[in-house]
Design a protein around this ligand. Structure first.
Ligand code: GTP
Ligand code: MG
Length: 391
């Protein structure tokens, strides 16, 4: 399953975001280092289900009112402070939990109520913009540390045995969640042969690996209490993808929905009251509604969606057995929704369904147009595809 990590300084609201997005009950508290061991949970990207547009009466049964949620893994890690790689705070070994993460949501405390170490300092007394850059550096330095393990021995072998620089680096970074393609791209950007690298070159390479393998989105969290100028300042940062968020508001909405008090789906720009509310509940919910009006929602679902579809460029594909009824063998309509990288081909989808199907692939059929597609045909977001194979 595709993984996305939540990281940032202590007390910024990572676990609150995690709980909001997964409904897994985790420790949340107003002091640094509440979370030590990473939390893993299932969250979802939200997409419009194609069943409506395909004219399936009564819906497909896999979506809710035409909204479909596809599972991803979310990881909530311990807080990091500047110079964590030198052992500050709890150090940066906790980043090992991010190995499998393909993207990182950097949770910022936009309220300015906590300092760089996560200590409460009173609303508006810390500039959140000053917290933005450190995380990229700490993740780079964590990768730098992995790169440098046995570096001398590695380079001796490399020089003695020859071999390709990319293979040497791929072996070294195996297990750090860095894909071969990220390594090749970083090598082509740095140009110098690893045999001649100095400390600084290893560091720059680690920086490039970070940018390629752990792209980041900024969640300007606690927007419900943040001074508006803080949110504005963060949104004005060029080169950064910033989303105003209130993890606390999202938890409140999901709880109210569970209790039957409101109609709300994660990612909705608004909600509808349907139960009997007391005064305090009404006031709390109306405050949230005002916030949602201003920013288009609570921001939690937006962060996950934009990380997956914008940062990582995933698309959604729907394999079916019957291209006329859009079903599997048992008659389930649009049974699967797979997240795959843009550029995936018909054969890639076949392999994703099953390695046997991939190996015995003959051709595919686009269920909308009934056109035949060859193995190298690049699929589009939302394609409904039947795979024809000899198996
Ligand atoms: N007002 C408001 N408070 C929030 C929000 N998100 C988190 N908080 C508060 O911020 C404090 C820290 O929240 P956590 O979720 O524990 O933060 P964390 O980043 O996981 O902290 P560590 O595990 O210590 O690194 C708690 O008091 C939360 O209630 C939010 O959206 N709005
Ligand atoms: Mg936490």
């Amino acid at each position: 399953m595709l993984s996305v990590g939540l990281a940032g300084k202590p007390n910024s609201g990572k676990s609150t975001f995690f709980k909001a997005a997964t409904l897994v009950d985790v420790d949340i508290a107003n002091y640094p280092f509440t979370t030590i061991d990473a939390n893993h949970g299932v969250s979802y990207v939200r997409i419009p289900c194609p069943c409506k547009e395909l004219g399936i009466k009564d819906g497909c049964g896999k979506c809710k009112d035409g909204v479909r949620f596809i599972p991803i893994e979310l990881i909530d890690v311990a807080g990091l402070v500047p110079d964590a790689h030198l052992g500050k705070g709890l150090g940066n070994e906790f980043l090992d939990a991010l190995r499998v993460a393909e993207a990182v949501i950097h949770v910022l405390d936009a309220s300015g109520g906590t300092d760089a170490e996560g200590n409460p300092v009173g609303l508006g007394n810390h500039d959140p913009v000053s917290d933005v850059k450190f995380l990229e550096y700490e993740i780079s330095m964590w990768l730098n540390g992995i790169l440098k393990r046995n570096w001398e021995k590695l380079m001796r072998n490399y020089k003695a045995l020859g071999g390709k620089p990319d293979q040497v680096m791929i072996d070294q970074m195996a297990g750090a969640g860095v894909a071969d393609s990220h390594i090749r791209r970083a090598l082509s950007e740095i140009k110098k042969d690893p045999g001649a690298w100095k400390e600084e070159d290893i560091k720059s390479f680690a920086g490039l690996l970070r940018a390629n393998s752990k792209p980041m989105i900024l969640a300007a969290n606690k927007m419900d209490v943040a001074p508006p100028e803080n949110v504005k300042k963060l949104l004005a940062m060029k080169d950064e993808l910033v989303i105003p968020v209130s993890g606390a508001a999202e938890i409140a909405l999901r709880m109210a929905e569970k209790a039957g008090l409101i109609r709300y789906m994660p990612g909705d720009p608004d909600f509808e009251i349907k139960g009997q509310l007391n005064k305090a509940q009404t006031a709390g919910l109306e405050k949230i509604r005002a916030l949602m009006k201003e920013y288009g929602g609570t921001g939690v679902q937006q962060c996950i969606n934009r990380a997956v579809f914008e940062l990582l460029d995933y698309i959604v594909l729907f394999p079916v057995e019957d291209e006329n009824k859009y079903t599997d063998r048992k008659g389930v309509i649009l049974p699967d929704a797979f997240l795959m990288k843009r550029g995936s081909t018909a054969r890639d989808l076949a392999f994703r369904v099953h390695s046997d199907i991939g190996e015995s692939f003959l051709f595919a059929i686009d269920a909308r147009t009934k056109m035949r597609l060859g193995e190298k045909h690049e699929l589009k977001d939302g394609d409904v595809i039947k795979i024809v194979s000899t198996k």
